[in-house]
Design a protein around this ligand. Structure first.
Ligand code: GUN
Ligand code: ZN
Length: 430
């Protein structure tokens, strides 16, 4: 059994840091090591101890770089890689003019397979080792993504989008076909290897009441699957949603009344919420997902992170490619910092890195498997260099603490700061 020993500065989070002085929240080892075997981290600690324990392990010396758990992207659209940077529209026009036509191409299985390779490459180039992804309406797009992730032993949570109206014929399914396709995909992929299925009604505008009824049946029949959709991203979207579902108390009530809420449910955006909706999120344990670069790019609004957390709601954070503009969770943290600044909320660098690793894993109920560097977890690891660009190196000349280094990575870092990404112990970068 081959063992690999990664040497470097090791940082892993134990819980969400209250503030910069909350040293219990994380473990930092200046000369640390991770011992990997068969896709798992089997030991983690001081280099001297780990090296003595495994004298025959193959050592990869990553010093002086920082080893952290691989990043988790909680909301990304696989068929929107070629939608990124589409000019001038807010949500509904952006969907109609750019997004639906691009997603229509994923009806071609060969295109889906080629794009799935590019997608997984881009994720790992940016340090992301787990993604929660929307596929297109076509079953073949989900098959392509699951198959590609499976061949890399990459953790992937994904689903075929359910959408039976208000888009374009090329991206419409029907209640029955969405049930049949989702059911078959669950049977083929859910809980196989590192894959999980997410039941994926796109949002209320593109799902008829009959289709949401079908989504309810899928959730009831498959209680270990995740659920993902969109909620209250944009004012025009909310108006149109209320027009289509006039009996609903509010936007969230639509999903609630079809039994779609709970701790395995992730709701992209969740910006413009009414008090009743916030109470229902807290009561059901559902999770909003903050998508900062998208919320700025589409002019959607400011996510109230602190307000939701005060109510005991735990939110994920994500790129939302292709409304989002960067695959980098570092750039996602950069823009999240600014959105929270506009609301007098402060996101500390330690909290930020906890969020994109352990925090997102906890939202998924997977922090025993991913998101930390503890022994017994899966060997998804990122190697970070805060000197990656001349501007970062110059700034680092005046950095004295770990917190400062992390904040420089958060504000200035992107894929250039990712030295290596390990997926289940295997290096992904050439
Ligand atoms: N709401 C429904 N579909 C989408 C999508 O693809 N992107 C974003 N940002 N919002 C949506
Ligand atoms: Zn989205």
């Amino acid at each position: 059994m081959t063992q690999t020993l990664l040497r470097g500065r090791v940082l892993s989070f134990n819980h969400r840091p209250q503030d910069a002085s909350d040293t219990d929240a994380y473990t930092y080892i200046e000369d640390g090591a991770l011992l990997l075997s068969e896709g798992q981290i089997i030991a983690s600690g001081d280099y001297a101890d780990i090296a003595a324990q495994a004298p025959r392990a193959q050592t990869v010396d990553h010093r002086p770089h920082l080893l952290m758990a691989g990043f988790i992207d909680m909301h990304i659209h696989f068929p929107q890689m070629q939608v990124v940077a589409s000019w001038g529209a807010q949500l509904l026009d952006w969907l109609n003019n750019y997004t639906f036509p691009t997603e229509a191409d994923y009806g071609d299985a060969q295109h889906s397979r080629a794009m799935a390779r590019r997608f997984c490459d881009l994720l790992t180039d940016h340090g992301t080792t787990t993604a929660v992804a929307f596929c297109s309406v076509h079953k073949s797009s989900a098959e392509a993504l699951f198959s590609e992730a499976s061949s890399r032993n990459m953790r992937m949570i994904a689903g075929k989008t359910m959408m039976d109206r208000n888009a374009a014929p090329a991206v419409h399914d029907t209640p029955q076909s969405s049930y049949d396709d989702s059911k078959a995909l669950v049977a083929d992929w859910h809980d196989t290897g590192r894959l999980s299925y997410a039941i994926t009604p796109r949002f209320a505008i593109t799902s008829s009441p009959e289709q949401l009824e079908v989504a309810r049946a899928l959730v009831q029949e498959n209680p270990t699957c995740f659920v993902q959709t969109h909620l209250s991203e944009n004012h025009a979207e909310i108006e149109e949603t209320k027009r289509l579902y006039p009996d609903a108390r509010d936007y969230l009530d639509i999903y609630e009344s079809y039994g779609l809420l709970g701790p395995r449910t992730m709701l992209g955006h969740a910006i413009h919420l009414e008090p009743r909706e916030i109470a229902a999120l807290a009561e059901t344990g559902s999770h909003p997902v903050f998508c900062p670069t998208s919320n700025l790019f589409l002019g959607s609004g400011l996510f109230d992170e602190a307000g939701l957390r005060e109510r005991g709601i735990t939110s994920g954070i994500a790129t939302d490619i292709g409304g989002g503009t960067s695959y980098s969770m570092l750039q996602t943290l950069n823009e999240s910092y600014k959105i929270l600044q506009l609301q007098n909320q402060s996101l500390h660098a330690l909290q930020a890195f906890d969020w994109i690793t352990r925090g997102n894993a906890a939202v998924l109920g997977m922090s025993d498997r991913i998101g930390t560097l503890e022994a017994g977890t899966e060997a998804d690891i990122v190697v970070l260099d805060a000197h990656a660009t001349p501007a970062m190196a110059l700034r680092m000349e005046r950095a004295e603490t770990l917190e400062e280094e992390l904040f420089i990575l958060q504000m200035m870092g992107d894929d250039r700061a990712i030295v290596q990404t390990y997926v289940a112990g295997a290096p992904q970068k050439a």
